[in-house]
Design a protein. Structure first.
Length: 148
C-alpha cells in the first residue's frame, strides 16, 4: 500500500496531467474538496472533478510544483506553487472572467486527509485576490507609496 504522501500527491499529479480518470481513482466516493480561496465546499467525486475541470478550462497549462511536503498519521500537507496562463473563461460567483492571456504564479497550501488508499478530504488554501490581480480582473490592494 502506498504511503499518505504518495496517495495525496497522486491527486495533484493527476490534475497536473489533466488525467480525469486518474483523478477520480484517487478520490473516496464521499470525498470533500474545501476550496478556501473561493469559499466553495464541494462533496462527491463528480462535483470535485467538475470544479477541477473548470480550473483547467480557464488555465489549461496550469500545474502545481511541490515546494515542501509533510505527513503525520493520515494527513499530508503540501506547500505548492500553481503556475499557468489564463487562456480560457474563468467562472466565478459574480460571472465569467474572459481569458486575459496573463500568467499566474500563486503560492498555495493543501491539507489532504487520506482514508485507506483514497483522498477523503482536501482543504486548499490560496489567495484569490492575488490571482485576480495577476490576470487583471481587479486592482491590487497594496497601499500606494508616496514619493519623498
Amino acid at each position: 500500500m502506498a504511503n499518505v504522501i504518495e496517495i495525496a500527491r497522486a491527486s495533484i499529479t493527476a490534475y497536473n496531467d489533466k488525467d480525469w480518470s486518474k483523478a477520480k481513482e484517487t478520490l473516496a466516493a464521499d470525498a470533500v474538496y474545501d476550496e478556501k480561496g473561493t469559499h466553495r465546499r464541494i462533496q462527491g467525486v463528480g462535483e470535485i472533478i467538475d470544479a477541477l475541470q473548470g480550473w483547467a478550462k480557464a488555465f489549461p497549462d496550469s500545474r502545481a510544483t511541490f515546494v515542501r511536503e509533510f505527513a503525520s498519521g493520515n494527513t499530508a500537507v503540501f506547500e505548492l506553487v500553481w503556475k499557468g496562463v489564463h487562456t480560457g473563461p474563468l467562472q466565478t460567483p459574480t460571472g465569467t472572467i474572459p481569458a486575459s492571456n496573463k500568467p499566474v504564479e500563486l503560492p498555495a497550501c493543501q491539507v489532504v486527509q487520506v482514508e485507506g488508499d483514497k483522498v477523503k478530504s482536501t482543504s486548499h488554501y490560496f489567495d484569490m485576490l492575488t490571482m485576480l490581480t495577476q490576470i487583471g480582473a481587479t486592482q491590487s490592494a497594496a497601499p500606494h507609496q508616496s514619493a519623498a
